[in-house]
Design a protein around this ligand. Structure first.
Ligand code: NDP
Length: 268
């Protein structure tokens, strides 16, 4: 058994993605969503140990608490202070973060973008933004500009990219090769204004909106209208799931099956 803890978690696509993968490979595994309150994260991980649950994904808002509650952290999870994947091993619970690598793999798969040597801008300074910033710098981005409404959070996030990270302004979206939007603006019924002006985006630029509900997000639609190549966050969701799947099972993840399950189960 594997699963996901979060609050809320009922809307998560992860059970559909992983259970489709298990079924397609004939693996006798199951993935369950566990709603867990903030004050119960440590107890939930203790329960994981006691029950012999092999692995857990951790989603909002528990990623930092999980980083404190596990026995060991990967270098990435330690740098981020956040865990999205827990693996139960003989020597204890290992905390990993597959979000950033998931983003890189999604970018390379579609639209076929490699950040090496490129100018990148990340909008937001929360958990997913921080994972993106660290990953883009690690993948050789020439610079990683961070745009966020709280300047202190932006500076802390930009520091994850070392000398290639800096805090910037929303107008700079016009000057970069890649824009990663990592705020909830445009998600579901959220109609708050986008923190960047999509009219400044143009052909030759790549835009990834980490939002994937609705599948055609306001940013993706506007960026495409201006000629940019734009994708939503479903690819990152699938690739971070695939990385977790491999950590738990040791088996090659069936990416096509996982992508289909994510697409079919995301709202129209
Ligand atoms: P966090 O709450 O950790 O961070 C959100 C960030 O967005 C903060 O910097 C916050 O600023 C900022 N923000 C929130 N609302 C607005 C707004 N209206 N205008 C400008 N800035 C805003 O969230 P996550 O980083 O975990 O998630 C962000 C988005 O990414 C969500 O939509 C989530 O669903 C999606 N996501 C997608 C993933 C995928 O695999 N595709 C993985 C993880 C997340 P402040 O601190 O000032 O509030």
């Amino acid at each position: 058994m594997v699963g996901i803890i979060g609050d809320p978690v009922a809307h998560s696509l992860s059970p559909a993605i992983h259970n489709a993968a298990f079924r397609s490979l004939g693996l006798d595994w199951v993935y369950v969503a566990f709603p867990v309150l903030a004050e119960q994260v440590s107890a939930a991980l203790a329960g994981m140990r006691a029950l012999g649950i092999t692995g857990l994904n951790v989603t909002m808002p528990h990623k930092p608490a999980a980083a404190v509650a596990v026995d060991r952290l990967s270098a990435t999870a330690a740098a981020l202070g956040a865990v999205n994947t827990v693996v139960r091993r003989d020597d204890g619970l290992h905390g990993e973060s597959t979000d950033g690598e998931g983003l890189l793999r999604a970018l390379r798969a579609e639209p076929g973008f490699d950040p090496d040597g490129r100018r990148c801008l990340v909008v937001g300074a929360g958990g997913s933004a921080r994972a993106a910033i660290l990953a883009l710098a690690g993948a050789g981005a020439r610079e990683v500009v961070v745009v966020a409404r709280r300047s202190e959070a932006a500076a802390r996030a930009a520091a994850l990219a070392g000398h290639r990270g800096r805090v910037g302004h929303a107008d700079e979206v016009a000057d970069v090769d890649l824009v990663v939007h990592a705020t909830p603006a445009g998600m579901g019924v959220d109609r708050s204004p986008l923190p960047i002006d999509p009219a400044r985006l143009a052909s030759g630029q790549v835009v990834v909106d980490l939002v994937y509900d609705p599948p055609l997000t306001p940013l993706v639609a506007a960026a495409r209208a201006g000629g940019a190549t734009a994708v939503n966050g479903l690819g990152m969701l699938v690739h971070q799931a695939a990385l977790s799947f491999r950590l738990w099972t040791g088996v090659d993840p069936p990416l096509d099956v996982m992508t289909s399950a994510a697409t079919v189960n995301s709202s129209p």
